[in-house]
Ligand binder design. Sequence first.
Ligand code: GTP
Length: 235
Amino acid sequence: MQYKRILLKLSGEALMGERQYGIDPKRLAEYAEDIKKVVELGIEVAIVIGGGNIFRGVAGASNGMDRVQADHMGMLATVINGLALQSALEAAQVHTRLLTALEIKEVAEPYIKRKAIRHLEKGRVVIFGAGTGNPYFTTDSAAVLRAIEVHADVILKGTRVDGIYNEDPEKNTKAIKFDHISFDEVLKQGLKVMDTTAFTLSQENELPIIVFDMNTQGNLLKVVSGENIGTKVNL
Ligand code: GTP
């Protein structure tokens, strides 16, 4: 196997499935099945999940709410998604631990780096909730930060698009997809992979990112098996 330890970044919006808001149990169960297959290969899996299906801090702030307050709400939304994902994984007989950057001890373990690594070594899927625990940071930044802290080999960014294109493929059907691209080239061409803070943190720490379509079942397994789907960003 190419990777021993992965960090999977899931978008909150993707959890909505066909819905306009909240969590689609069918989508959640599909994710759990896909993750289980990877765990069964002996790959250690850490997950960061967004909260945009419930609340987006940036959107709250643009509607006049205090940004810090709005980001706190967004962080709590990721804890809700983390609990839902934990539940779905446990229903699929996958051992999990949810660790949160904000202490909510009655609900989940507080994030402690060494604990997280130990859980991963024991084959448990570790879900990181509450982002970085700080306002003004995205869950993409949380994903990169946690990936570096737990020494993940790669970030797998599951999206609804199947990779990185030279233009928005949802707007231009002639957009061209990259199989591989360097960090420098992404910045030079102004392509949107992650927000700048998250992206440069990944670049500085030489942590590769693979963007792929997580909403097609079986894709996660293909990516970890080294199949050339999605787009890989590295040095
Ligand atoms: P090891 O024994 O080190 O392998 O890890 P473990 O997670 O199995 O042991 P621990 O006794 O720490 O945890 C047992 C259960 O309690 C697990 O389901 C943990 O997620 C949970 N747990 C541990 N600490 C906390 C906490 O602070 N809050 C909450 N809500 N649950 C916790």
